[in-house]
Design a binder for this molecule. Structure first.
Ligand SMILES: [Zn+2]
Length: 392
């Protein structure tokens, strides 16, 4: 097959009728290092886009393009998906994280049944895919601890909230820390599962410093449920008193429970826990930020590419780091089917980043620092085939 036939077969077939050489693209991203773990690709490629879809990923694409992005020296990855954020708390959140390469996000438990309507409306209005986990507590995340009064975990109200917003609510959230749930952690989680069951939805738990041990909590999780803040320090983290990974934690992963970073700002991430767990081979399935519209001022978060860079520093291969914020994240929720990939025909959501060499300080949630020598910086975002406004 010669090059023209290949273009016709794979890319812009509509342009091949009559004139085989007239392939025309809306946008071509030229010469970047394309890392698409969904297809095992890491090579210098051009990415061509037609009508909001990926049309071709090849070396040196010929043909006319209405717009070109010069990506030489940059990384071109599928649009990033952040499965733990609070992006729907304010209207401008979605546009801010879009500048960081985030073309899909999940707001996790900001709202419960009493205030879900507003959060769902904000998610619907987002330029990228915004989805929501409804808190099992009717109040949503509350500073006084939303599960301290177990009556707030009302299964009927939570089911009603899901039913009203089936287009954007894709699961439930339960925060189980001692000052949020007290001794109600297991009952709150049971009720979250009860609310989720008729809809077949997953439950995300916020773990760490709970009253009940992880062993008891994990028995209440089903395949596809998500544990966020996976490296939260003791009490009741994933490590025993000697720093060994609990066998129940590894067993939960084997039966399909997903372990998510949930970087956060306070109490969720400490370097010694991360280092002990990763030395035992326990890496995150997904890298998420626990992002809010103020995260750029939070040195522990800044943006998703910064959080991803922590794992480059820790020795995770770059392709796996990118997989953890693209294809792995997309597979957690059916809402992201067809995302997290640059496969031909997929919606053209693309994150263009720069992997800079230098000396970079990475911060945990306890002001602990580690020094790395590479950091990803967001450069440009393409959403549904269109270049979006750059970061100021
Ligand atoms: Zn959160």
């Amino acid at each position: 097959m010669n090059r023209r036939q290949f273009l016709c077969a794979s890319a812009a077939s509509f342009a091949c009728v009559g004139n085989v050489s007239a392939a025309t693209y809306d946008l071509v991203i030229k010469g970047g290092r394309v890392i698409d773990p969904s297809v095992g690709l890491d090579a210098i490629r051009d990415v061509a886009i037609v009508a909001g879809k990926i049309a071709a990923v090849e070396a040196d694409i010929k043909g006319n393009a209405a717009e070109t992005i010069d990506a030489r020296g940059k990384i071109v990855a599928p649009g990033l998906i952040d499965i733990h954020t609070h992006a729907a708390r304010v209207a401008e959140g979605a546009r801010i994280c879009l500048q960081d390469g985030v073309t899909g996000w999940v707001d996790c438990g900001s709202a419960g049944a009493d205030n879900i309507d507003q959060i769902a409306a904000t998610a619907r209005a987002a330029p990228q895919i915004g989805r929501v986990l409804v808190n099992i507590s009717r109040t949503g995340n509350a500073p006084d601890g939303e599960l301290m009064d177990i009556n707030r975990a009302n299964v009927g109200l939570a089911r009603g909230a899901i039913a009203r917003h089936l287009d954007v609510v894709i699961g439930l959230k339960a925060r189980l820390t001692h000052d949020i749930a007290g001794t109600n952690d297991l009952e709150g989680l049971r009720r979250a599962q009860e609310a989720a069951a008729p809809f077949g939805l997953p439950v995300m738990i916020h773990m760490g410093q709970s009253v009940s041990p992880m062993r008891a909590i994990l028995t209440l999780l089903k395949r596809g449920d998500i544990v966020t803040h996976m490296y939260a320090p003791a009490p009741n983290g994933i490590l025993d008193d000697e720093g060994r990974l609990f066998p129940d934690v590894a067993a939960a992963r084997r039966r399909g429970v997903i372990f998510d970073l949930g970087n956060g700002g306070n109490g969720h991430l400490r370097w010694d826990v991360v280092e002990r767990a990763t030395k035992q081979g326990f890496w995150p399935d997904t890298l998420s930020t626990d992002w809010t519209a103020n995260s750029r001022e939070n040195l522990s978060v800044i943006d998703l590419p910064n959080v991803m860079s922590k794992f480059i520093m820790l020795g995770m291969p770059l392709a796996q780091v990118i997989a953890s914020a693209t294809v792995n994240a997309a597979r957690v929720f059916p809402a992201f089917d067809d995302r997290g990939t640059l496969n031909i025909g997929a919606p053209a959501d693309v994150a263009i980043m720069e992997l800079r060499e230098g000396t970079f300080e990475f911060v945990d949630n306890y002001k602990g620092t580690r020094t790395g020598h590479q950091r990803l910086f967001p450069v440009a975002t393409v959403l549904a085939g269109k270049r979006t406004a750059p970061r100021a």
